[in-house]
Design a binder for this molecule. Structure first.
Ligand code: HEC
Ligand code: HEC
Length: 442
């Protein structure tokens, strides 16, 4: 399997790591955050596993035993579940997390809008398509230089910027993530004070007090923090968010048969000279036998076309450049412009808008983009005065950031990566990634 990323950088970092072995750069750490900083010991908190994943229950937290921690987490989960669907937490009183992250659609919107509407009057447009909330526990913490021990067995390879939550990886904890939509003027448009008042008046107020102690209502910030922790705990419910019940999982377990079309699609998906999809959307179980996540969580530029359905894009000077901003503000360097986190493809068939800007509304269109972006660019980008304006959502000075591995290695005149028949088979394969598969009743 080819490894995405810049070979020059990889070698540079291998050398750097060799030099740093004494200081503990063993290539295994998930990155820039030292463990202690990454895992603050918050009393009722669910601290992240510094090695992998955004959060795991700790063994001993703030003097509590493991059993006590689990009991607290169980209560927080039950509370978070109620808050997730509670519109009273929003400024408008009309929007809950579930309005955008609909449980019946793998926690993505039930509608096919590219971006959702929010704010006080529910008329303000967001900037980005809503990602699924499923399988997020495997997302590593954001790091600029990722070394994967699972993937290729070669930990000296630097896979580049990887991980973190949201399309640009700008937060590391689900509780910090939850703060964003609650406070965002174009999403739930609330304030810690409004949230605290809503919780005090909610049917679950007593349960909340019992779980966090009566002092939790003494000040709004403490209440707000407990709300965020509860939402985070809920988002880690394995049965809800990580069921691993797709046909593909059953097939990996030897409990299902893939059809010829599905198998052919899988082969095209894995083939390094065709789709090469699995180089980023990993399809094999890890070395330790954990199920594949269909993402390596890399932050990658693939040149998705500009979406004119997004109001902000009416300003020709506005560009959503992912890691380098404007939503994210700590990585302004040119080399991070145009990078977005590779999404999981688990349950992708339940989505109604694709890519960070929601430009496509069917998987067929997404697959055509991959198959024909470089061979038939005029099908995807505007043609002005007879010339195709390729990569119209990424200013030219950042084009060096675009990935050039297959399937992005063709030019006009080459055969498309997939024929129409092959696209059908890849589509059939992607449909095996939907959870809730049942063996056909006999
Ligand atoms: C108005 C729609 C909307 C609402 C309401 C909303 N979200 Fe989101 N959510 C989004 C969008 C859009 C993103 C992607 C943001 C980005 O990339 O900047 C997102 C991203 C996320 C992510 C990160 C997913 C990933 O793949 O990294 C999490 C976790 C999340 N939301 C949880 C929540 C929770 C919890 C709530 C309720 C408190 C909530 N969201 C409410 C639209 C919404
Ligand atoms: C070099 C890494 C890379 C390769 C190779 C790659 N992808 Fe992706 N994929 C991404 C990234 C990054 C995104 C998000 C891009 C964005 O929104 O700007 C993405 C997004 C997607 C989406 C949209 C998912 C969603 O939730 O919106 C689908 C579907 C998809 N890829 C399928 C494929 C298929 C099929 C192939 C092979 C033909 C493939 N990818 C090859 C990195 C890759």
């Amino acid at each position: 399997m080819t490894v995405r990323g810049d070979a020059r950088k990889a070698m540079g970092l291998a050398a750097l790591c060799a030099a740093l072995v004494l200081m503990g750069c063993d290539g295994r750490s998930d990155g820039v955050l030292p463990a202690a900083q990454a895992a603050p010991a918050s009393a009722a908190g669910v601290a992240p596993d510094p090695q992998h994943g955004l959060a795991q229950p700790p063994t001993q937290v703030g003097g509590q035993s493991r059993a006590e921690v689990f009991e607290a987490v169980r209560h927080m989960t039950a509370l978070g579940k109620q808050m997730f669907v509670d519109p009273s937490l929003s400024g408008s009183g009309k929007l809950s997390c579930a309005s955008c992250h609909s449980p019946g659609n793998a926690f993505t919107p039930a509608n096919a809008l590219s971006v959702q509407l929010g704010g006080g009057d529910l008329h303000r447009q967001g900037l980005r398509a809503v990602p699924t909330l499923m399988y997020l526990r495997s997302v590593p913490q954001f790091t600029l230089h990722y070394h994967d021990s699972d993937d290729d067995g070669d930990e000296s390879v630097d896979a580049g910027p990887t991980g973190g939550l949201t399309w640009d990886g700008r937060v590391n904890r689900a509780s910090d993530q939850a703060r964003i939509p609650i406070l965002s003027s174009f999403e739930m448009g609330s304030t810690p004070g409004k949230v605290a008042a809503a919780v005090r008046a909610a049917p679950y107020a007593d349960e909340f007090r019992k779980t966090f102690g009566s002092a939790v209502f003494d000040n709004d910030d403490a209440t707000f923090k407990a709300v965020l922790q509860s939402l985070e705990a809920f988002e880690q419910t394995p049965q809800v968010f990580e069921p691993y019940t797709s046909k593909y999982d059953a097939w990996l377990d030897g409990k299902a048969k893939l059809t010829d079309a599905e198998l052919h699609g899988l082969q095209l998906f894995n083939d390094e000279t065709k789709g090469n999809c699995a180089s980023c959307h990993i399809s094999q179980p890890t070395k330790t036998g954990a199920p594949p996540q269909f993402s390596d969580f890399g932050l990658i530029a693939i040149g998705v076309p500009r979406n004119h359905a997004i109001a902000a894009n009416r300003d020709p000077k506005f560009f959503d450049l992912g890691v380098c901003g404007p939503e994210r503000t700590d990585r302004k360097e040119d080399e991070y412009c145009g990078l977005f986190r590779t999404p999981t493809l688990r349950n992708v068939a339940l989505k109604k808008s694709f890519f960070h800007n929601g430009i496509y509304h069917s998987l067929d269109d997404v697959l055509r983009f991959y198959a024909r972006r470089d061979t038939n660019p005029s099908e995807f980008y505007p043609v002005v005065g007879g010339k195709v304006r390729k990569f119209d959502d990424l200013p030219r000075r950042y084009w060096a950031n675009l990935n050039t591995d297959p399937p992005f290695d063709r030019k006009p005149g080459d055969a498309p990566v997939f024929s129409d028949a092959e696209i059908k088979d890849v589509l059939a394969f992607l449909n095996t990634l939907t959870d809730g598969w049942q063996p056909a009743a006999h």
